[in-house]
Design a protein around this ligand. Sequence first.
Ligand code: 6R9
Length: 645
Amino acid sequence: MSADNVYPVPQNVADHALLNRQQYDQMFKQSLADPNAFWAEQADQFLTWFKKWDTVNNSDLAKGHIAWFEGGQLNVSYNCIDRHLEAHGDRTAIIWEGDTPGDTRHISYKALHAEVCQLANALKARGVKKGDRVAIYMPMIPEAAVAMLACTRIGAVHSIVFGGFSPQALRDRIEASECQVVITADEGLRGGKPVPLKENVEKAIDGIAAVHTVVTVKRTGNPVSWSEPRDVWYHEIIDAASTECEPEPMDAEDPLFILYTSGSTGKPKGVLHTTGGYLLQAAMTHRYVFDYHEGEVYWCTADVGWVTGHSYIVYGPLCNGATTLIFEGIPTYPDASRFWQVIDDHQVNIFYTAPTAIRSLMGQGDELVKKTSRQSLRILGSVGEPINPEAWEWYYRVVGDERCRIVDTWWQTETGAIMISPLPGAIDLKPGSATLPFFGVNLELVDNDGNVLEGAVEGNLCITQAWPSMMRTIYGDHERFINTYLSTYAGKYFTGDGARRDEDGYYWITGRVDDVLNVSGHRMGTAEIESALVLHDAVAEAAVVGYPHDLKGQGIYCYVTLMGGIEPSDALQKELSDLVRKEIGPIAKPDVIQWAPGLPKTRSGKIMRRILRKVATNELDSLGDTSTLADPSVVDDLISNRAGQ
Ligand code: 6R9
């Protein structure tokens, strides 16, 4: 091992874990040497199939064709619920912790089965059938998981839109995936504040005739506008429905869900995942990365509106028969010890959260953590962005009392499941490194010309072979799928991330190498924010870059050029900020807006973002060559008017 700070696997952890280092090495080797045999064995072990597959893998990255377990048939809700009923029907599937402390529910597998069947039947009664798209715009309540599973039961394809997105963003997504049904709640509740979900849905679908049904869960009970026959109450339609519903046999390659995510250009992309491969890898990674042992309580703090919520709150854990905790609230309400209180209250064994949360709680001091026990904890996970070693060490020392293993898991909406991560009983830890690839993941670092780099080196992170939970396409735009992911380095999947590999083969993710920002673990394209800004009549042009931010990881820095004759003002700055909030949502609110009389452009008119990034981060010594700019003097102006952060 190198000189880095290393935390070796303690012997007692290796002895108790599902996999030790020797087993990891052996399985990893097999997964690359004989992938068909490896994945067939895993698919047998982790899933229940109505019909076995004909071929394990029929993928060709160069052609943009990905297919796993063709000919096989299964149903996701059957795998996540029904098959657990006989032995564990009374086991808690979902522990719900509401926004208000003490507001909790326990839902057994049996009860989950009944409610999923009821909603599935109710959706069918409203005409929803296999292949139809259903939008889900929900708070973090158990009904969100029920809605997902009810869709999978009848073969409908869900498209979840994060509850923090604006009506406009919701509208764009409903239209893009042609949803005819929306499932929502009257209001969400976060940190004691209501979120007007139903009202947002009204605005989003105004004028979209195709949406024939809106199902609303009564969460807060505050009045909402109502339009029959389109609007139905969740509790009324499920009360009227049978608690038995045959699961629809789905082909392994039938679509399971669409999830929109940001790219470096254009509108958000509808990442499409299919049934068999996705569920297999979600379940398998959940079992091995979190070393999940039967009976343990597992908590992932993500929102179901993001891929982490899909794979690691709902599908992975339930497929493994786990008890998964769903938390409605926020880490700082009623105070910043909430996470640790919830861990004690529900005796959580495995806890999975994001670096941004860790950093902000770290800033609140150790006392709020130390006043709680956390003795139940065994494994701590991190996801969404690189975790800085200081936050890692704090998580390890203060939250985990130097007793818990940390798993820093690297993956993406597109990968469907964790791709790089330590396994608790197998892999020695280095703070800040996601460590080694999961089974079947063949990583490569390449330079900008696509040359493969060997040894300890930094480069662009690629994956050279298809894996079961890989996205299959961008919904409605297969060309864009190929162009975005498979063409930069022909025949390889390009992640958009940079990474360094050290002398032990460990991977250190350095962040995005494209125009995608990661703000508090939320992905957004600079292009989306720019499009929102230029909607304002006063704005001629806008360019957005990221800059390092202590809590959020990255902050949003906007350069705005106003129309001739318009004077900059604080009021205008606020209007622009509000506009971005309205178009995308509060998560995209600019941190800095700098008025820029001109933007640095090449003679062909391309904005030189490299220079804008340097000005934003105040790295003025390394601006590089500015002589190729059409008008080099704009840079001096940008520097002298640099906005303070
Ligand atoms: C799961 C998820 C994906 C992007 C990804 C990368 C960043 C995620 C990370 C990480 C460093 C980790 N990312 N996990 N960077 N270390 N452990 O977050 O999906 O929202 O699609 O974001 O997030 O840049 O490319 P998604």
